[in-house]
Design a binder for this molecule. Structure first.
Ligand code: FNR
Length: 378
């Protein structure tokens, strides 16, 4: 089949660009402002050079590890990205979830802004570890009800996105007056639109990106760190702080009871000219390890396009690595099969990089840590 000729994530992006309407491709591709960090997120991995270890003794290579105590087949997870029915209208998030189920029971995180209800998505990935990304509504009852639905559907962690009280300026979305195509909604909110007047549609007024207008008008911009405790009490679930980019915030998150820290700059879509995520990962890990709760796990995303990128994040101490755009390109190029193929490419590339750096397990990668790299020039 035609997917066979696509052998890298970059190939999938080119193929996806052919299939997507301009407004959709622009939305998926976008970084904030001049997209300096968008480039940096990808390029910064190249500053870490891997040290090959030749003829090193090793057994079979395994990618098995744990995430918050749960066994998983791979540390490579699917990140929360909005609106999958814009990439693949027939099935949207259902295709993504089926791919996760079919390929290694890949851990999967669903966006609050999915175009398919969270229960329907969960049903397609019964054996996957599932996480739910949270944007808080201004309406407390909506949040509480959503947490209960998430828990009942079998999701195991809430990932609070901490970096999006306002939406970053994505210039093409402003030019395009980004709106959801007819028929698509933020499906998790459909029921609240009727019961509480919570908005589920994204329609630009013609002055700005419809999504930026939506966040301004409907999301709670005045939340602080106390929401972590509130969410834990309301849901009875672990809460992960997504969007941490410095040691100071990692420590505050830990003080406020975060169950894990997620290093992310939102795929460079919020504030431009922040550092690449791989450049701050070590700082955050060191802060966590020297905190009162040193065993708190750190998750990572941003700019991952290669198995070697994943190896580097794991070696620096990330417990799991998440894929944003790579998954969207797979979905747009070939639906479920496209996502499966992207997952396979990255898992295989990670294995190859492990073999050639003398690692046979993820534990091994973590133990060897920075010795997998040549020392950086001071
Ligand atoms: C995102 N991201 C995101 N994050 C979040 O917490 N909730 C969301 O709904 C979305 N939606 C979204 C849409 C699109 C199109 C993109 C590209 C990103 C951010 C996402 O979770 C993740 O942090 C980045 O995508 C990781 O960077 P890469 O892998 O895309 O480079």
């Amino acid at each position: 089949d035609s997917l066979k000729s696509l052998v890298s994530v970059k190939d999938f992006e080119r193929e996806a660009a052919k299939n997507l309407a301009k407004g959709a491709y622009d939305y998926y591709r976008a970084g904030a402002n001049a997209s300096v960090t968008l480039q940096d997120n990808e390029n910064a991995f190249q500053k870490l050079y891997l040290k090959t270890r030749v003829l090193a003794p090793r057994g079979p290579v395994t990618l098995e590890t744990t995430i918050m105590g749960t066994k998983v087949n791979t540390p490579i997870c699917i990140a929360s990205t909005a609106f999958h029915r814009m990439a693949y209208p027939a099935e949207g998030e259902l295709a993504t979830a089926r791919a996760a189920q079919a390929y290694l029971h890949t851990p999967i995180k669903l966006s609050s802004w999915s175009t398919t209800p969270l229960e329907d998505v969960a049903a397609q990935a019964p054996d996957c570890l599932k996480f739910m990304q949270i944007y808080l509504s201004k309406i407390p009852e909506v949040n509480k009800d959503l947490f209960m639905r998430v828990k009942n559907a079998g999701y195991k962690q809430l990932h609070l996105t901490t970096d999006t009280q306002i939406l970053g300026k994505r210039e093409n979305d402003v030019r395009n007056n980004f709106s959801l195509p007819p028929g698509l909604t933020m499906a998790n909110y459909n029921k609240y639109q009727k019961s509480h007047g919570e908005e589920a549609n994204i329609k630009s007024s013609g002055k700005d990106s419809g999504l930026a207008e939506y966040v301004k008008n409907h999301k709670d911009a005045n939340i602080g760190w106390e929401v972590i405790g509130e969410m834990k009490r309301a849901s009875g679930m672990p809460v992960v702080a997504k969007g941490v980019m410095c040691a100071e915030d990692a420590l505050i998150a830990i003080e406020n009871g975060a169950d894990a820290i997620f290093v992310s700059n939102h795929g460079a879509r919020q504030l431009d000219t922040t550092p690449a995520t791989i450049e701050v990962l070590d700082e955050v890990i060191q802060a966590v390890r020297s905190s009162p709760r040193p065993t708190v796990e750190v998750y990572f995303d941003g700019g991952v396009r290669r198995g070697s990128d994943i190896l580097k994040a794991l070696a620096l101490g990330a417990q799991a690595v998440f894929l944003g755009r790579a998954i969207l390109w797979g979905l747009a190029a070939g639906g479920q099969k496209g996502v499966e193929r992207v997952l396979e490419i990255l898992n295989e590339e990670l294995k190859e990089a492990m073999m050639m750096t003398g690692c046979s397990s993820i534990e091994d990668v973590r133990k060897k840590g920075k010795t997998l790299f040549y020392a950086e020039d001071e």
